[in-house]
Design a protein around this ligand. Structure first.
Ligand SMILES: Nc1ncnc2c1ncn2[C@@H]1O[C@H](COP(=O)(O)OP(=O)(O)OP(=O)(O)O)[C@@H](O)[C@H]1O
Length: 735
């Protein structure tokens, strides 16, 4: 019977030099045996996977007769190769890494450190390159040590690199003492991974660090889903399941965690709930400050509002509807107000009217939005400068604390009489906390947004909670104006929002449905639309810049990951002129459209037109790869047409291809042309809310591709993912 055996070659008993026939002793953890067969290169110490069967030799007894042999690498060697191939050492890519490890084996790192000139023994490495690799390695010695240590826990070289970036040389000590620290500090390492390391380190199942980490992980999971708290009972059950410990054990540990200030247990609307401390403090603070700003007396406007509105109407050549006038007035007489409405209901028009009135009244005003793209759009459509909320709050990266901080705070507040925040549906509770810290009572704070959009990516449901509390003054705009009515995108968005099915394919309109049955067909159609049909029809549009494929999901044939791979192949195919960089499964190529997927407040950028420099690249920023430098392992991405950012290859976990993005990630952006496949998607995602958000991203055309019935099902799926948030309740209680 054929068997597969893994083992290390021990003594070579016999070898026929002519044909390689070998008799060798092989060892593995369970046994030591004799293997016979053609193994010409199987020297002592090498690892092999041997396929063969047991035979009994008349004089020597049982032997394993090898029919096929494959050399395998011991994990430590593989780890070394992975480390060198990760791009950490400038001048070494995967090919060179393989050659170095093949030549020097476990001695590779020592050679690079102590005798780098010997690298020139490898074909293709000259003395100059050998010296420069040696130099580059000197800088990374500590990193190599860290990488080798983590490799025994199956932590990849790129992950070890991130650990090193986070903790430096202390990484080994920190993780040995409390591997669960990784879960809070390292994006991408979950409880399970830390738990596996802890098990290898012999840490007890009921260890306090373990339970605390499991609870924090569970709370963070819910935060990731948008909740600011979790009911205590649910938390204990989920955390218990995760850690495979009794629910009571979790209960018992909660008190200690609350005592240490890690969590807050509160009785909210008659049930016990648990918050991670930061979210509890943020909710409390936001509520208290909203209350204070709402009730403060305001600097008066030195003219009659009706007269000012009249002047604005004359100047702008527009007649505001009664509801719009009401929205303008109420936002100027209240400390805090909300103006909400769907597309084409006049939100921008109202912002312009308010700004015009404020120009006449000498009040000092700022406009801001949660994302750079939204801010840019407001500046373009209103003519008034808008910044991001982060910029308004003068964010900076505090090196010492390794934290992003705001320069504008309670001690150094914003000095404006009026602050307008657009796209307010995207504000999460932590950003809102930063904003409210810096707003002094007496300021008019006006939130404008569409509360029917998907809620913020971050935790909280700030805009809706403010509206639902009925404590904050909110005006809902419902009328669609004539100009906006001409757009089927606008009309259909409102239909979808009301639970009605959209209308399609009217001539000269902007909303289309291409019926396709199988997912493969849908995929091919999306590709063809992007590569050929749409660029041919919308000749003023750029296929890379102006068209955006959206999808509800990340995984699957029609998920953003696969769509990106497929669209890259047609929109920016391999070309000898375009340098490439592989990172995990992904390939980045010069010209690729990419998206930054986490906030990085430290990342430097430079503008080449006016040589300004700054820091900060944000989650959702889209750019294009302009250069890949293989020698220095660097990639240059251009954001906003002239903001140049250089990524080290090891930072590529912060970038993703962006030919297709999820609808969630597209919030706050608008694109001339939006294309979305409509197939079966999990019902938690395939909601009316999501379809509405996707459709409202398109300005010139929206093309849906797929099954009409599935699209109807989305319109009918009225599920709004309820979020556990306490802001609305707190606001009601406060006043
Ligand atoms: N009172 C009005 N009378 C006539 N037209 C109006 C009025 N208010 C708004 N409009 C027009 O309706 C259209 C949509 O208005 P606006 O852009 O302000 O809406 P919006 O809510 O900001 O839309 P979106 O969310 O899509 O940006 C514009 O063409 C605008 O000029």
């Amino acid at each position: 019977m054929t068997e597969i055996k893994n083992g290390v070659i021990g003594d070579i008993i016999f070898r026929n030099k002519e044909n390689g026939y070998t008799i060798a002793v092989v060892e593995n953890e369970e046994e030591t045996f004799t293997a016979v067969g053609y193994l010409p290169f199987a020297d002592a110490g090498r690892c092999y996977e041997l396929t063969g069967s047991w035979k009994t030799h008349p004089s020597y007894g049982e032997q394993f007769e090898v029919s096929e042999a494959k050399e395998t690498m011991p994990a430590s060697l593989k780890g070394m190769e992975e480390f060198l191939a990760s791009g950490a050492v400038k001048g070494i890519g995967r090919k060179t890494a393989i050659l170095i490890v093949a030549k020097f084996g476990m001695d590779s790192l020592r050679i690079m450190e102590e005798e780098p000139q010997r690298l020139a023994e490898i074909d293709g490495i000259g003395p100059k390159k050998a010296a420069s690799i040696g130099e580059a390695f000197q800088e990374k010695r500590a990193l190599a040590q860290v990488s080798m240590f983590f490799q025994q826990f199956d932590i990849s070289a790129s992950c070890a690199l991130r650990l090193y970036r986070e903790y430096g040389e202390a990484a080994i000590d920190i993780v040995s003492e409390n591997p669960y620290q990784l879960v809070s500090d390292m994006y991408g390492i979950g409880f399970k991974k830390a738990d596996a390391i802890a098990e290898k380190l012999g840490i007890d199942r009921n260890d306090e660090f373990r339970i605390q980490s499991g609870v924090k992980f569970t709370l963070n999971y819910y935060v990731g889903e948008g909740h600011t708290y979790v009911p205590k009972k649910l938390l204990c059950e989920k955390a218990g399941q995760l850690m495979d410990v009794a629910t009571e054990t979790v209960y018992e540990n909660l008190v200690g965690m609350a005592f240490e200030g890690l969590i807050q247990i509160e009785n909210l609307e008659g049930q016990e709930v648990v918050f991670l401390m930061a979210y509890y403090l943020a909710e409390q603070n936001v509520c208290r400050r909203l209350g204070a700003v709402n009730q403060a007396s305001l600097k008066p406007i030195q003219a009659d509002l009706d007269t000012l509105i009249q002047i604005t109407e004359n100047e702008k050549g527009i007649q505001l509807s009664d509801n719009q006038k009401f929205a303008v007035k109420s936002s100027l007489i209240n400390g805090i107000s909300v103006i909400t409405g769907g597309p084409g209901t006049g939100k921008t028009t109202i912002i312009n009217a308010i700004m015009n009135i404020l120009d006449h009244s000498g009040l000092n005003t700022a406009i801001a939005a949660p994302t750079g793209r939204a801010a840019k759009r407001i500046t373009e459509t209103s003519g008034y400068y808008a910044s991001t909320i982060h910029r308004l709050l003068e964010y900076y990266y505090s090196e010492g604390e390794d934290l992003m901080r705001f320069g504008k705070t309670e001690e150094n507040p914003l000095d404006y009489d009026v602050i307008i925040i657009d796209e307010a549906s995207m504000i999460d509770i932590l950003l809102m906390n930063g904003l409210m810290n810096a707003v002094v009572p007496g300021t008019r704070l006006i939130f404008v947004g569409d509360s029917d959009q998907l809620p913020s990516v971050g935790a909280g449901n700030v805009l809706r909670d403010m509206i639902d509390s009925e404590v904050i003054y909110a005006v809902k705009l419902t009328e669609i104006f004539r100009q906006a009515k001409e757009s089927l995108i606008v009309v259909n968005a409102h239909r979808i929002n009301k639970g009605e099915y959209p209308e399609f394919n009217e001539r000269d309109k902007d909303f289309f449905f291409l019926q396709k049955n199988g997912e493969k067909d849908m995929l091919e159609t999306v590709k063809d639309l992007c590569a050929r049909r749409l660029p041919a029809y919308f000749t003023d549009c750029d296929a890379m810049k102006d068209m955006q494929v959206l999808t509800p999901v990340r995984k699957g044939l029609l998920g953003s990951l696969n769509l990106n791979k497929e669209l890259q192949a047609v929109l920016n195919p391999p070309d000898p002129q375009l340098a490439e960089q592989k990172y995990g499964e992904r390939v980045f190529r010069v010209k690729d459209k990419v998206m930054q997927i986490k906030n990085n407040y430290q990342m430097n950028w430079k503008r080449l037109d006016d040589f300004t420099e700054g820091q900060g690249v944000f989650n959702g920023d889209v750019g294009f790869i302009s250069q890949i430098d293989k020698e220095f392992n660097e990639i240059v991405v251009v954001f906003d047409e002239n903001k140049f950012v250089t990524y080290d290859v090891t930072q590529l976990d912060e970038l993703e291809l962006a030919y297709a993005v999820t609808v969630h990630k597209s919030q706050g952006s608008e694109f001339p042309i939006v294309i979305m496949p409509v197939s079966w998607f999990p019902p938690v995602l395939a909601t009316k809310n999501l379809l509405y958000t996707a459709v409202t991203r398109g300005k010139q055309a929206v093309v849906l591709v797929g099954s009409m019935n599935k699209m109807y099902a989305m319109v009918d799926n009225n599920r709004i993912m309820d979020r556990y948030t306490g802001l609305s309740f707190r606001l009601r209680n406060l006043l």
